[in-house]
Design a protein around this ligand. Structure first.
Ligand code: DGT
Ligand code: CA
Ligand code: CA
Ligand code: ZN
Length: 645
């Protein structure tokens, strides 16, 4: 993270206003934090905080705010702050004391701000009393137990800091797919609209839809005569926190959230997940986040080769290169070059002799392969399949007709049953399953048996009226039951048997993580044996960038589920589509498919917006070789109803 996400953005070339409202608000917030780190007077700190909030919430043009004098009329903006802001907005220059504050505050202290739950006040205290001045020295102090004895700290907060440090390290190393794609798509669209750019495309792990992204890779096609001007235009795009290097054909950058025109917000996160990703500090952590990006500029003739190369994966590339070698060809990011012609020439000099390809399909065809969709390029059998025209016909969003695991206001959802159903219909789905939490999960407001059965009555009423008016839409009534001691479910059998289905999920993670793999596997199997269990929900409990799942032998669990299915009892495994989970992992999808265990992709929606998470589940399923007939989501309402009975 550049300066822990603490940098003063560069003025945009076309001002005034030289900065966006978002940028000004972010900088004011940063100044407040830096002041606090430096032990400034609390009123001064607060005035910056208030101004940040106020400016961030405005909708009017910043330039106008200054020229009409309205800025100075705003409550809490005095002469000093007003003229500092005027200078920034109208001249594109940050006030010198802000610049000084940024450069004089030790980098290590700023870095520590990224630790969830740790604010400037306590950082300053630990700095003064223990000389802690970086994340590394804090970790050392906490490990040695020096934090706990400090006044107002204690053992609990010491442990929280250690957990937070671990979280920060993971968070900085990679970003989740949804976040990476958001940055990547924003960046791609900004580059695409630069004059002279013929094509800009996201490559790398983002294009392959990996669950987390290390850095973004973009490939840009541009004619030689526009190369320089395009490179310059890219470097002056908004959202660039830092330039790490700008060579002839490669630009390395750090992007921050000012790349998002409408600002960066996180939607509703279910409390179970929130806890694992930094608690209430999470939003702040994300909005101060960054991602690295590498841009490659190439001519249009080379573009398909460069795109294919930087899409990877490395393992897929190696297998492809070997295939080329077997045919007397050399495959690299510049072309597919016959050995006989290129001789000892390298790079672009050799590329002159490349076979032509106007797109990726033609590269694959030169190697006698069908085109492999990027999600499958992991060297897990896709090349053999492409050789014999046996690539899977992967699932798409259009195949999805419903999903089974969703919440309403009966437990911890934000939307009512009616709103959820309405949204599902608008999405073109034919059915929707409602599975609210069971009583044991108090943090998620688990519903009582009585309330659950009443929800069932309501659902039957709706279904009857849709059937009567000939609408092809229905609700299925289920529950998301906690898996209790001994693999038991969280409702009496006579309640469960009145439902259409049960999603059984583990939520008491700490207990499951304290036990060994054998015991966990055993209990999951016991739970699956319960006649009411239909779906195994988020099978490992992992939270991406948050926590690992509990230890479990999922191969054995899937095999156990396969036996049930063979004997005609439906036991489906969930692919939880929340981008925080993507659990079942795509690597295991192929295994489930091979065993004949149906997969159900579930958004685990806690709001109407949450239903849209289904798209991340589809991405992961595709990556796991899943075809429409492998998932329950592709069934029509009547078909599913039969499968559930
Ligand atoms: P990431 O960024 O860690 O999420 O994963 P990728 O796959 O985006 O990896 P990255 O950014 O290091 O490189 C992008 C692609 O470039 C990678 O998928 C394949 C290609 N590539 C990079 N290094 C090598 C290499 O040493 N050999 C080969 N054959 N390909 C490479
Ligand atoms: Ca990458
Ligand atoms: Ca890269
Ligand atoms: Zn749920």
């Amino acid at each position: 993270m550049a300066g822990g996400g603490f940098s003063l953005p560069k003025a945009r070339p076309s001002g005034p206003p030289y900065f966006s409202r978002n940028q000004i608000a972010t900088v004011m917030h940063q100044v407040a934090v830096l002041l606090e780190l430096n032990g400034a007077n609390v009123f001064r700190v607060r005035s910056y905080q208030n101004a940040s909030r106020m400016l961030g919430g405005l909708t009017e043009d910043l330039g106008e705010l200054v020229t009409t004098g309205r800025l100075f009329e705003m409550k809490g903006i005095g002469k000093g702050l007003g003229s500092a802001l005027t200078q920034a907005i109208m001249d594109g220059k940050w006030p010198s004391d802000w610049v000084e504050l940024h450069s004089s505050t030790p980098q290590g202290l700023i870095e520590m701000l990224g630790i969830p739950g740790l604010g400037p006040k306590r950082i300053k205290l630990m700095n003064e009393e223990l000389g802690v001045d970086s994340v590394a020295s804090l970790k050392e102090a906490a490990t040695d137990g020096l934090i706990a004895p400090m006044k107002g700290f204690g053992k609990k907060s010491q442990q929280r800091m250690l957990d937070g440090i671990e979280l920060l390290a993971r968070f900085r190393a990679r970003r989740r797919l949804d976040v990476g794609l958001m940055y990547g798509e924003a960046f791609q669209s900004k580059i695409s609209s630069i004059e002279g750019v013929l094509k800009a495309q996201l490559a790398g792990s983002a294009r392959r839809r990996k669950e987390t992204i290390g850095d973004l890779d973009l490939v840009v096609a541009v004619e030689d005569e526009h190369h320089e001007s395009v490179a310059e235009a890219i470097l002056s795009l908004p959202g660039i926190a830092d330039v790490k290097g700008a060579g002839d054909s490669k630009i390395s950058l750090i992007l921050d959230t000012s790349i998002f025109d409408g600002g960066f917000t996180v939607g509703h996160i279910d409390p179970n997940v929130l806890d694992a990703i930094g608690g209430e500090d999470y939003e702040q952590l994300e909005s101060g986040g960054t991602i690295d990006a590498q841009v490659r500029l190439v001519t249009p003739e080379v573009f398909p080769f460069t795109l294919a190369y930087f899409t990877g994966s490395k393992e897929h590339n190696i297998a492809m290169r070997q295939r080329a070698i077997d045919r007397g060809l050399k495959l690299n990011e510049f072309g597919l070059i016959p050995d006989a012609k290129a001789g000892d020439l390298k790079g672009m000099a050799a590329a002159k002799f490349s076979l032509q390809a106007s797109n990726e399909e033609e590269i694959y065809r030169h190697l006698e392969l069908d085109w492999v969709t990027p999600e499958l390029r992991e060297d897990t059998g896709e090349i053999a399949a492409a050789e014999s025209s046996a690539l899977p016909e992967l699932l798409t969003g259009l195949d999805i007709r419903g999903a089974l695991h969703n919440h309403t206001t009966l437990s911890d959802g934000e939307a009512s049953l009616e709103e959820m159903a309405d949204t599902a219909r608008k999405m073109g789905w034919n059915w929707l399953g409602i599975a609210d939490h069971s009583p044991t999960l108090k943090i998620a407001n688990g519903a009582s048996a009585e309330d659950l059965l009443e929800q069932g009555e309501t659902i039957r009423r709706y279904n009857a009226s849709w059937a009567e008016e000939g609408t092809d839409f229905r609700l299925f009534h289920g529950v998301e039951s906690d898996i209790l001691e001994g693999g038991k479910l969280d409702h009496p059998d006579d309640v469960l048997s009145q439902l259409d289905y049960t999603v059984a999920s583990v939520h008491a993670l700490s207990k499951w993580k304290a036990r060994d793999e054998l015991q966990n596997t055993e209990e999951l199997m016991q739970c699956i044996d319960h006649p009411s269990t239909t779906v195994l929900g988020h099978p490992t409990g992992r939270i991406l960038q948050g926590r690992d799942g509990y230890e479990v032998d999922l191969f054995a669990v899937l095999e156990h589920m396969a036996e049930h299915n063979e004997e005609g009892r439906l036991k489906a495994v969930e692919l939880n589509a929340s981008p925080y989970r993507l659990d079942l992992d795509w690597r295991l999808c192929k295994h489930a498919k091979g065993l004949g265990v149906p997969v159900i992709i579930n958004p685990d929606a806690h709001s109407i917006r949450g239903l849209a998470d289904i798209s991340y589940g589809v991405m992961a399923a595709r990556k796991g070789w899943i075809e429409p007939h492998d998932v329950l989501n592709s069934l029509g309402g009547e078909e599913l109803s039969l499968r559930l009975s």
